[in-house]
Design a protein around this ligand. Structure first.
Ligand code: ATP
Ligand code: MG
Length: 410
């Protein structure tokens, strides 16, 4: 298979930092050729809280990926989370310029600039301005107006912002690890690239990436995001509750949750017990599994209620394809069923698929963001100035990638 492009994604998560090197082949398929996933120590709730530790984790992840692949990483698409991610939709209109009155790239850029010129507080930074659609002389729902005859062009955009200082801290860490940032990508949008189909995005679908510290949420309709947000809860809250409830360490609570946890209380026997090591009790103790799972279920129920409230505000009725759960914490047994009950909509758990190469352990919900970053990058290369990549290829030529990837993202 002829290789067309090599892209790098780095997901700086609360529990792990994962760097992936992916080769896109001529037929648009993706092969992972390098990966490094190391525990993350300097991140809390998706935000950098220790620069030195974060730089170190990123450096280690990169080194592993480089060693496996033989490539040298010098630039990457980087995931952003953290509770300060917010979004809004904005429109911009311009008169179509030129004698021919045909919509040009320049008109689209000017309309985008107008849409972007919303007032954003100085403590926030714009991360994405995503075109959602165009209105051409009052005709709605135009996806690509280029070349259309028109007098007035209006663009609808989805604008995602983050806390300027939080974004700056992440940027600092990645750059200190010797990597240039191709683009900072909000985690939920990256995950969305791998766990939902174009058809679901067109219909209306939500993606919730439940990590340890945050839930990264993106709602799509008509093929594009219309709401992006981050909720400051995740799997770590569940573990924490178990640790407090059982007076045990976080490590023990985590293992209990993963091995014995479920949200499906109906599946449990009243008398099933599990043995737990408890702080200050060397002999350990045996506890009721049902009691442990009641703690887990209660927190997960509350988490889904938070999700529901967020989705209600944004437009839960616009999501006939339901909610797709991903992220490490989505692996809890019974999560989809509980989600369905609380949210009253279809809920499924999803992981990356259709990826080849070094995918051991990667095809699980915890790596949706990492793999999604590569797909996001590929879409970018297709949609935007491929010249930018050709002139300064990170790791390889991008030659005909644009054509090759059209089959991936028609
Ligand atoms: N089998 C499992 N059952 C339940 N929870 C699990 C399981 N495996 C992992 N988890 C939970 O998944 C979480 C980690 O998920 P993930 O790797 O997606 O987080 P992250 O990306 O590092 O964090 P974040 O996205 O919040 O910054 C932890 O809270 C962990 O307890
Ligand atoms: Mg994550």
């Amino acid at each position: 298979m002829e290789r067309e492009a090599v892209l790098v994604g780095i997901d700086v998560g609360t529990t792990k930092v994962c760097a992936l090197i992916g080769e896109f082949n001529r037929d648009g398929s993706l092969t992972i050729v390098g990966k490094g996933a190391v525990p993350s120590t300097g991140i809390k709730r998706g935000l950098v809280n220790n620069i030195e530790q974060t730089v170190h984790s990123i450096g280690e992840a990169i080194e592993h990926a480089e060693r496996l692949s033989g490539y040298k990483i010098d630039r990457a698409f980087v995931g952003v989370a953290g509770q300060q991610v917010e979004s809004q939709n904005s429109r911009g209109a311009v008169a179509v310029s030129g004698h021919s009155r045909e919509v040009s790239r320049e008109d689209i850029n000017r309309a985008t600039e107008v849409a972007r010129a919303i007032s954003i507080p100085s403590n926030r930074e714009v991360l994405h301005v995503i075109p959602r659609g165009f209105i051409v002389d009052g005709q709605e729902g135009v996806k690509d107006p280029l070349g259309m005859s028109a007098i007035r062009l209006e663009i609808e955009t989805h604008i995602v912002t983050g806390s300027a200082t939080a974004v700056q801290n992440l940027r600092k860490c990645v750059e200190a690890a010797g990597v240039k940032i191709d683009e900072l990508v909000v985690s939920a949008l990256a995950s969305g690239e791998t766990v939902v189909s174009e058809t679901e995005r067109d219909l209306g679908v939500a993606v919730a990436d439940m990590g340890a510290g945050t839930i990264d949420l993106a709602l799509f309709v008509d093929g594009s995001p219309f709401h992006t947000a981050v909720l400051p809860v995740g799997g770590a809250n569940v573990t924490n509750d178990v640790a407090i409830g059982l007076k045990t360490s976080l490590q023990v609570a985590e293992e209990l949750k993963v091995r014995h946890g479920t949200c499906d209380l109906g599946s449990l026997d009243d008398d099933e017990t599990i043995s737990v090591s408890v702080l200050g009790e060397p002999a350990g103790r045996s506890v009721s599994r049902l009691d442990v799972c009641r703690i887990i279920e209660a927190r997960m129920r509350e988490t889904f209620e938070l999700l529901k409230a967020e989705m209600d505000n944004a437009g839960r009725g616009m999501l006939p394809a339901g909610l797709v759960l991903t992220g490490g914490a989505a692996q809890l047994a019974g999560a989809a069923e509980l989600g369905r009950e609380v949210l009253e909509m279809p809920v499924r758990v999803a992981a990356p698929s259709n990826v080849g190469g070094l995918v051991d352990n990667l095809l699980t919900p915890a790596y949706s963001t990492s793999i999604g970053l590569l797909l996001w990058g590929a879409r970018r290369v297709v949609a935007e100035e491929p010249a930018r990549y050709e002139s300064a290829p990170a790791l390889g030529g991008l030659g005909r990638l644009r054509d090759a990837l059209r089959s991936l993202f028609p």
